[in-house]
Design a protein around this ligand. Sequence first.
Ligand SMILES: [Zn+2]
Length: 285
Amino acid sequence: MSTEPVRLIYVTGYGRSGSTVVDHVIARSLGVVSGGELTNVFAWAAEERECACAQPVAVCPVWGEAISAARRASQLSLTELARITRTAEIDRDEGASSAWRVAWSAFFADLSERGFTTVVDSSKSAGGRDRVRLLAECDHVEITLVVHLIRDPRAVVFSRRRGNNLALERGTAGENKTIGVVKAIVGWWRANALADRQRTLHRSVVWRYEEFVGDPDGHTDHLARLVPDRGARRTREQTAHAVAGNRLARSDWDGAIRLDDEWASEISRPWRILGGLLSALRRRT
Ligand SMILES: [Zn+2]
């Protein structure tokens, strides 16, 4: 029985930054579990949604027993666990934070006992989500590396103008586009500012999505040197177990990594200029 804490590689930054692909590529190259947006594991179990392994999250061979352990330790239902996770991480509610610690400690203790030594968690920091702060104080888990993923804001704007992931899946993308784009720009700035602060407290790297796409092996080789294999058992799991994230990208993903730079020719001039300015401002930080 392992007593080592689960080592977490935490992908932070804004959504729509290619984190689903990055999560998967990191996990595959290191031979560890791809967790996706692990923050949503209780919500997805409550809603009877599927893990990337095609099993319902609640009975997935990786997450199922850990979810049960969290329920036993906290005496909370899946819906309550989803709620306290959200309110602790986003609203910074103190009462919820105590329950969060009980539940997530049990969750990671169970993963550790079953030999899942390293997990990629790409829950990010959009919406002011500061999961990193809670994880740093949680038992049975340690933040081994923070990967701050930054995508060109013009690509984020373009993605937002196409509609959100669920709307894309339903084929009903596209209302209130301007409001959506302004929200995306503000959200992008805020999430990256929070990620900057998270980085100062942990070992970290900054990956620009566009550079990652140009040299994924170089990026993962560097990461492998920062996350040495302690000789602990690596997971035997070769199947992806990402929770939530960009399901459209995942379901038809063939393993190839693309730049997806349609935005360069598709977005209108004002957004392109604003996005370029923001991008230049961030590069100075
Ligand atoms: Zn699974």
